[in-house]
Design a protein around this ligand. Structure first.
Ligand code: FES
Ligand SMILES: [Fe+2]
Length: 465
């Protein structure tokens, strides 16, 4: 995989890509438990079977989804399976290094052709039941017992494995089962453009883990749509030394709902040069120790190397530390993100790509989350976490594999920060069915990207395909 230059970003277009706002009756009449306004989310959206079935029919088969990291399938014939509410696709690296997504069901008697991840040797997919074969592009090459079938039932065009749309962006493979779907980048706008400008295309998997959690997929991901839960949920990270509870600190973060259901939060202007009040070094160390994703050990080493007697709460120290990081990247041959105010502001923030993928880029790293329903159950989700980083040119690691599924409380495999977040999720799912409330209540200032996601979801659920 080659190093990608950051693209030219159309900031005006991004700023203009704001959310549409609440839907009208033409959408709402088609959606049970629809959003009524921007400040409340009806509880049933998080546990109703009817709502979940509508998502299965109208959302998942028609939306672009992050199906794999490209480095899961580095070589021709490599495959990885992507499963979403009972539909399985094989994501396969082709001989020409392009990627295809094929529906994972034998055209004879429906047997799944691959599971997990692996390699199809000699560019051939072989059905484990009766041995029919396909090339990895889905064209059939061998029909065992062809003479026993009515000839019109085994014509090559009937036996070709069905394709889903498949495109790559940002080091990810994206799929859409709807062959009439708009192009990927149009659907991901403006979230993907912002992220590409931050250098995510050059990032690779450092580690990848998952947890299965008793929480609806939307409720789980929304816990990461805002940063103001830090003070209560992650008290160790709240290192503000002055006015610890001031409105100014919280409002220093800007929340932006975008079109297409995407959203982000980023530091306000006062933190543009990391000249705010937190102890820069202490905050970086706590982030590294608690998560090993947004900040890595190598970053701490660089930050410490320039601390030499300085007060690490001094904005001048933060500026020096950031400068040292850029110098380190250059010396190490690590492709750096562009040094622009937009990039600096976004560090420590979060970008949500509708419907279920989040990236939290920081330095030349990113934390990433993908949340999917688990086992056809509205109240359970499969929560995956990636630590991505930018390696020196030519030193990228090999094939990426899921290192495992770990209990959400497993301190050997999850840092303190994710364990603190995970602990809230199951509590929320239990509370959401409490008879004392019928909806959740959102803050206009810092939770508006949650309702923006739900409003886009309602538009999807009301759409005719
Ligand atoms: S089910 Fe696949 S070859 Fe028979
Ligand atoms: Fe959190």
């Amino acid at each position: 995989m080659t190093v990608t230059e950051p693209p030219v970003v159309d900031h005006e277009a991004i700023e203009a890509a704001l959310a549409l706002g609440p839907n009208g009756p033409e959408v709402n009449c088609k959606v049970p438990f629809h959003m009524v306004d921007s400040l409340h989310v009806p509880s049933e959206r998080y546990y109703s079977r009817e709502f979940f079935e509508l998502e299965k029919e109208k959302l998942w088969p028609h939306v672009w989804q992050m199906a794999a990291r490209e480095e899961e399938i580095p070589n021709p014939g490599d495959f990885t399976e992507y499963e979403i509410v009972g539909q399985s696709l094989l994501i396969i690296r082709q001989p020409d290094m392009s990627v295809k997504a094929l529906h994972n069901a034998c055209r004879h008697r429906a047997t799944e052709l691959g599971s997990g991840c692996g390699r199809f040797p000699a560019n051939q997919i072989v059905c484990p039941f009766h041995g029919w074969r396909w090339k990895t592009d889905g064209s059939v090459t061998h029909v065992f017992g062809r003479e026993g079938f009515a000839s019109e039932t085994v014509r090559p065009e009937k036996l070709a494995l069905h394709e889903a749309k498949c495109e790559t962006w940002g080091g990810h493979v994206w799929i859409n089962m709807d062959l009439n779907a708009p192009p990927l980048r149009k659907s991901l706008f403006p979230a993907a453009d912002i992220l590409s400008n931050m250098g995510v295309d050059n990032m690779r998997v450092k580690w990848w883990k998952e947890a299965v959690i008793n929480c609806n997929w939307k409720l789980a991901q929304e816990a990461f749509f805002e940063g103001w839960h830090v003070k209560q949920t992650h008290p160790q990270l709240y290192t503000f030394v002055d006015e610890p509870d001031s409105e100014a600190n919280r409002q220093n973060v800007k929340y932006t709902p975008f079109m297409n259901g995407h959203g982000r939060f980023q530091s306000g202007d006062a933190k543009e040069s990391f000249g705010g009040k937190p102890d820069f070094l202490q905050a970086a160390k706590l982030n590294q120790a608690g998560q090993d994703a947004m900040t890595l050990e190598r970053d701490i080493t660089v930050f410490e190397s320039v601390a030499g007697g300085m007060d690490t709460r001094d904005p001048a120290y933060a500026a020096k530390a950031i400068n040292a990081l850029f110098e380190y990247w250059e010396g190490a041959g690590i492709p750096a993100p562009p040094r622009t105010p937009e990039v600096l502001r976004q560090w420590g923030g979060d970008i949500h790509l509708f419907p279920n993928y989040l990236m939290l880029p920081m330095w030349a790293n990113s934390l990433a989350y993908r949340v999917r329903p688990y086992n056809d159950d509205p109240e359970w989700c499969r929560f995956e976490v990636w630590s991505l980083t930018t390696y020196p040119n030519g030193a990228e690691p090999g094939r990426a594999v899921l290192s495992g599924r770990f209990d959400k409380d497993d301190a050997d495999h999850w840092g303190l920060i994710p364990r603190q977040d995970f602990a809230n999720l199951e509590r929320m799912q239990r509370g959401i069915k409490n008879r004392s409330l019928t909806e959740t209540t959102l803050a206009e200032l810092w939770e508006i990207t949650i309702s923006n996601m739900h409003q886009e979801l309602d538009r999807r659920l009301a759409a005719e395909y």
